[in-house]
Write a new protein. Sequence first.
Lengths: 271, 340
Amino acid sequence: MTATATTITAPVTKSGRVRPLDGLRQTFTMAWRSLVAVKHNPLELVDYSITPIMFVFLFTYVLGGQMAGSPEAYLKYALPGIIVQNTLFMTMYTAMALNTDLTKGVFDRLRSLPIARSAPLIGRITADLAKHVWAMLLMIGLGLLLGFRITGGLDGLLLGMLLVVVFAAAVSWSAVLIGMLAGDAEKVQAFAFTIIFPITFTSSAFVMVDTMPGWLQAWSDVNPVTHLSDAFRGLLLGGPVAEPVLWSLVWAAGIAVVFYPVAMRAYRAKT
Amino acid sequence: MTYAIEAEGLVKRFKETEALAGVDLGARKGSVLGLLGPNGAGKTTAVRIFATLLRPDGGRAQVAGHDVVREAGVVRAMVGLTGQYAAVDENLTGTENLLLIGRLLGLSRRDARARARELLERFQLTDAAGRAVKTFSGGMRRRLDLAASLVGRPSILFLDEPTTGLDPHSRGELWDLLRGLVADGATALLTTQYLNEADVLADDIVVIDKGRVIAEGTPDQLKSQVGGQVLELRPVLGQDLARAHVLVAGAAGPEARIEGETITAPVKDPELMPAVVRTLDREGIAVGELALRRSSLDEVFLALTGHRAEPGDPEGNGGAAVRDEDADADAELRKAVMRP
């Protein structure tokens, strides 16, 4: 039997495969969807804009004086760490959004369409990385207003942001896995909080580690957040960065290698 | 006979349970096939296999002659799926949801916009088009979901319990829309737990229970298959009910049931009615109402499966009140839908 009277408007070849270029376009369409949703969801704007601003203010003015003698002096040390922590927290929004799509049946609808299987996933991650950059720029801008100075030059700033985004992209794969496995979005949040909170606070993100007890220092020295914070700080302020940058990339690669295949398998199984 | 939607010996297992245990079904081109069954019967599993969301463990499923596993991409290009819950993005507007699907299907920005406008109008959502979907009512969401499944002008539709959880008014609206679609030449597979929904919308019905087809035919065939007629009888005095039931069961067999204040029994023998009248008269039981009517699909279902089709209550325990309420609402609906 031939498929007469069926109107195939969709971009598939005769064999039903999606062409790579169409897959890319579909990925961008999915990214558009994630970004345009912010417009109608003020809460997301809070997540991506208000929370980062609040972090910078709180750390600077509440903790700053005690930590480093003056808010400005502490800001100089802590701003890169605050940005790193905020970025890591934000990767969990990827998990929550994917989880919501999964539980609300949006993935069923998407999968019944003749589009690239990976488009909804990569589109989401791409859009969320753009949101990371937005929050980063917001925090750096605010930091500049409050007295932070980028002494590492423009290339330091760009390389630093690129490094954090690359790291966030790697961590996103763990977020994908969590989003696929969690029962609902609240569980994602609870899980993320109990993992990311201790990891970021036991690093050099907010304090110099030399006042920590020895056992904690030992952990802190290998903690990926320490490496990433040190690298970002070094790139923004100027200074030796080769070692922390290298370790950050090693960690990012390690996280991606471990989580990418598992996350992809979970995604394929669930959607 | 060629079918637009066809399954042969479809099997799907989830761990220990066999969701589908060899299902055969076929929907003629341009017709609506109602897939009827209680919760857990395997309806959704079947739809998900046809919509390429699940791979069958055995048998085969075809859509317009294309195998859903080997030619999944082709199948996806010609089907529309509306699921049990409205699979639309709550944080997008009605227009944006439809734009998203249109762009994913390869429409240009302008064509996607035109198609979105057209569908919003048809589904009476134009006024709400610019609002985020989270502000929509349940009925509006379902309409938008149905609209989303139509963006690519699919010739074959899978509607998985499209009206579950809707109030009677919204359900009636959706029914009208579905009829319009089928009148335009689409083929649809409709799953439902509402027997009257299948009765009103479907050309053919396949009844499944525990993953197996237990009956098939047109709604009328199914109704006449099971006795055809039902005797309905209400004693004047409520206290006579139990005794009357025993007497009716003696004449009609163990299928006689008490429903509220009424006794119903399938009529297999034309002599039943006079026999019952004589017996009750002899025993001195005054009869308030006595009627012969066609069996409803509900009774067909009961006769076939041994349990009632009650939404949300697959075992049929304690759901009588819900069912009655539903039946009332459905009766009203039917009137509403039937009006010219």
